[in-house]
Design a protein around this ligand. Structure first.
Ligand code: GLN
Length: 295
């Protein structure tokens, strides 16, 4: 039953997304950029830049406290992430960082006149890194939850994540409901997959791993019966490993957004404005399309 409550909650969060702890901002449905793209053709680059500045100033003026944009390190935007979450963030062949989040963050930094630096860490540390003033933003396929909203402010959402179930091809787990049949579920530490599965099936039925790749290894080695993880990393892991499949049934639908320190409303507004523009002009969709091909 709890499962359905969790799904309802996730649905409610989807409609009540509020950016930067302030008033409601439109979230980013997948269709939006396409429409915006059609309208966007017109203005010359310079005009757009002017408009951006005006929009940013206007927002800053209406924010009650002085919304000055500061970063941990002058001229730099530090992004806390876990670069083991393809296609959102991963280590490239040449040892750098790549992925949807990395590219969106690069564009945001560029708009703000900053250089992006990726701080790679365990997923469980990305929010604390922002809270403790070590990183400026947490961008890690990070799902918006009410609990996390107590710790960081979130921008508008830029993507949807779906918790899915990976099983061996010959598994007797056919639907979400079969997870309740005394199964052992592998999840990643500190993720929403962990939270939902421990709520729905109990801690005794959960084994948590530092990252998705380790959970997949455990699944291949028969240590767990299923892995619950976000859909796009799931597709990447299943493509890279023989003998696994993703169940057709979705578990939970969520929104990804960028987490910013509650002590830095000016930065949150600036990042949110930049992100909103990148969604509106189709840049975010273009980046997503580069990494995610339609099934
Ligand atoms: N979307 C999930 C969460 O926010 C997992 C993110 C991740 O593992 N990088 O908990």
């Amino acid at each position: 039953m709890k499962k359905y409550f969790a799904m309802l909650l996730a649905g409610m969060m989807a409609v009540s997304l509020v950016a930067c702890g302030g008033s409601s901002t439109a979230s980013a449905p997948a269709e939006a950029p396409a429409e915006a793209e059609a309208e966007a053709e017109a203005p010359a680059e310079e005009e757009v830049t002017e408009e951006e500045t005006t929009a940013a100033e206007a927002t800053a003026e209406t924010t009650e406290e002085t919304a000055e944009m500061t970063t941990v390190e002058a001229g730099v935007l530090h992004m806390a992430t876990n670069a083991a979450f393809p296609p959102y963030e991963m280590i490239s062949d040449n040892g750098g960082f790549e992925g949807i989040d990395v590219e969106i963050a690069t564009e945001i930094a560029r708009k703000l006149g900053l250089e992006l630096v990726v701080d790679d860490m365990e997923f469980g540390s990305v929010i604390t890194s922002v809270q403790s003033g070590k990183s400026d933003i947490a961008m890690a396929g990070l799902t918006v939850t009410e609990e996390r909203k107590q710790n960081v402010d979130f921008t508008t959402s830029y993507a949807t994540g779906i918790q899915v179930i990976i099983v061996p091809e010959d598994s007797d787990i056919l639907t979400v409901d079969d997870l309740a049949n005394d199964k052992m579920i592998g999840v990643q530490d500190g993720t929403t997959g962990y939270i939902y599965c421990s709520d729905d099936y109990g801690e005794d039925h959960i084994t948590s791993y530092t990252n998705g790749a380790m959970a997949i290894e455990a699944l291949k080695g028969g240590k767990v019966d299923a892995v619950v993880i976000d859909n796009e990393p799931a597709r990447a892991f299943v493509a890279a490993n023989d003998g696994l499949k993703i169940l057709d049934t979705e578990y939970i639908v969520e929104n990804y957004a960028i987490g910013v320190s509650k002590d830095n409303p000016g930065l949150c507004e600036a990042v949110n404005n930049a992100l909103t523009e990148l969604i509106a002009d189709g840049t975010v969709q273009m980046i997503v399309d580069k990494y995610i091909t339609a099934e």
